[in-house]
Design a protein around this ligand. Structure first.
Ligand code: NDP
Length: 337
C-alpha cells in the first residue's frame, strides 16, 4: 500500500521534502460491529487548506495531520469492502480518505455515494465535490448575485475560481478574472467565457487596471488570494459591494501576513465581507447536483483539470498549488478504476 506520509509538522513554506512516499500496510481487520469501509483510492484532490493541516496548530476549523501517518484529504474512491449498510462492494464514493492506494475509512457516514457516472469520476474531487460546493454555496447562497452585476475573481482558472465565473456568467453578471500566467488567463477568457481576464503578474498598478475593467466599480469580489490584491480591490468596490472571503492563499505560507491598508473602505462604502466554509453547504448537495448535472451535460458548465499521474506525483502536485503550477483543478490519479 503506497502512501504519502507527512514527515513532521511544517513551519514556513511547505516543501515536497516534507512528505515521503513509502510503502506501508492497510489495516484490514475491523472490530466486530464496526461499520468501516475499505476503499481503493482512484483520484485524490489537492486543496490549499492542506497548508493549515501540515502545521502544528490550535484553534483552526481543521485538525492537524499526524506526522508519520498518511496525509488525508478529499478523494474519489471505489468500495472494496463495506461494513456500512449505505455502501456495497463496487460502489463509488467521495469524501475524506488517505493519500495512499487503499484506505480503511472508520467514519463512512461522512462519505457521499457517487450516483452519476456519465461524468468523469475525477470531477467528484472538484466540480462535483468540495470545490464545487464552495463555488456554488459561496456565490449563490452568501452573495445572492443579480443579473447585470459586476464581478471580479482572483485565482480565476483554479478549482473554485473557474466555476464561480461560469456560474456568474450564467446569472448574467459581467465577469473579469485574473490568473498568474498566459496559459491560465486564456482559460477564463476563451474556455470559460468570462468577459475578460488578465495576468496580474504583468500588471504594475492593479488598482488602475481594475479601474479600466470596472469603470463603475465592482459589485462582488470573489476573493481567493487576499493580501495586496484585496487592498487594491477595496479601492475599486462599489458602495454596498460584497466580498466573498473564500480564501487567502497569498497569506497562507508567509511568516508575516501582508498588511491590508484600505480596510476603512469597508466602512465608507458599506461593503459586506463574509467568510464561509464548504461544509456548511453540504446539506444542499442533492440540490446542487440537480442544478449542475444538466448544465454539465448540455456543455453550459465546463471544467478543466490538471491530473498528475500516480501517487508518487502527490507531494509535487500538492506543493505546486502554492506556486501556481496547476492549470485548472489539481488532481492526483492513483488508479483509474
Ligand atoms: P486553485 O486551483 O485556484 O489553486 C491555487 C491557485 O492560487 C494557484 O494556482 C495560483 O493561481 C493561486 N496562488 C497561489 N499562491 C498565490 C500567491 N502567493 N498569490 C496569488 N495567487 C496565488 O485552488 P482552489 O480553487 O482549490 O482554492 C482557491 C482558494 O479558495 C484558496 O484560497 C482556498 O484556500 C480557497 N478555498 C476555500 C474553501 C472554503 O471552504 N472557504 C474551500 C476551497 C478552497 P495563479 O497562478 O492564478 O495565481
Amino acid at each position: 500500500n503506497k502512501q504519502v506520509i507527512l514527515r513532521d509538522y511544517v513551519e514556513g513554506f511547505p516543501e515536497e521534502s516534507d512528505m515521503d512516499v513509502t510503502t506501508g500496510t492497510v489495516r484490514l481487520s475491523v472490530q466486530a460491529g464496526s461499520n468501516a469501509v475499505l476503499v481503493k483510492n482512484l483520484y485524490l484532490s489537492c486543496d490549499p487548506y492542506i497548508w493549515n493541516r501540515m502545521k502544528k496548530l490550535a484553534g483552526s476549523y481543521t485538525e492537524s495531520l499526524k506526522p508519520g501517518s498518511p496525509i488525508s484529504g478529499y478523494g474519489a474512491c471505489k468500495v472494496i469492502y463495506s461494513g456500512h449498510q449505505k455502501f456495497k462492494k463496487g460502489d463509488l464514493v467521495w469524501g475524506i480518505t488517505g493519500w495512499e492506494e487503499y484506505t480503511l475509512i472508520t467514519a463512512p457516514e461522512t462519505l457521499f455515494k457517487i450516483e452519476h457516472m456519465d461524468v468523469p469520476v475525477s470531477y467528484y474531487t472538484g466540480l462535483l465535490g468540495m470545490p464545487g460546493m464552495t463555488a456554488h454555496g459561496g456565490f449563490f447562497r452568501v452573495f445572492c448575485p443579480k443579473k447585470g452585476e459586476t464581478m471580479f475573481i482572483s485565482a480565476a482558472s483554479g478549482a473554485v475560481g473557474q466555476l464561480v465565473g461560469q456560474f456568474a456568467k450564467l446569472t448574467g453578471c459581467y465577469v473579469v478574472g485574473c490568473a498568474g500566467s498566459k496559459e491560465k488567463v486564456d482559460l477564463p477568457k476563451n474556455k470559460f467565457k468570462f468577459d475578460d481576464a488578465f495576468n496580474y503578474k504583468e500588471v504594475t498598478d492593479l488598482a488602475a487596471a481594475l479601474k479600466r475593467y470596472f469603470p463603475d466599480g465592482i459589485d462582488i469580489y470573489f476573493q481567493n488570494v487576499g493580501g495586496k490584491m484585496l487592498d487594491e480591490v477595496l479601492l475599486n468596490m462599489k458602495s454596498h459591494g460584497r466580498i466573498a472571503a473564500c480564501g487567502m492563499i497569498l497569506q497562507y505560507n508567509l511568516e508575516q501576513p501582508e498588511p491590508v491598508y484600505n480596510l476603512t473602505q469597508i466602512i465608507a462604502k458599506q461593503i459586506r465581507m463574509e467568510g464561509f466554509v464548504a461544509f456548511e453547504f453540504y446539506p444542499q448537495y442533492p440540490e446542487y447536483l440537480e442544478m449542475v448535472l444538466p448544465q454539465i451535460r448540455e456543455g453550459k458548465i465546463v471544467y478543466v483539470e490538471d491530473i498528475a499521474e500516480g501517487i508518487e506525483s502527490g507531494p509535487a502536485a500538492r506543493i505546486g498549488l502554492f506556486s501556481g503550477k496547476n492549470v485548472g483543478k489539481q488532481v492526483v490519479a492513483v488508479a483509474r478504476e
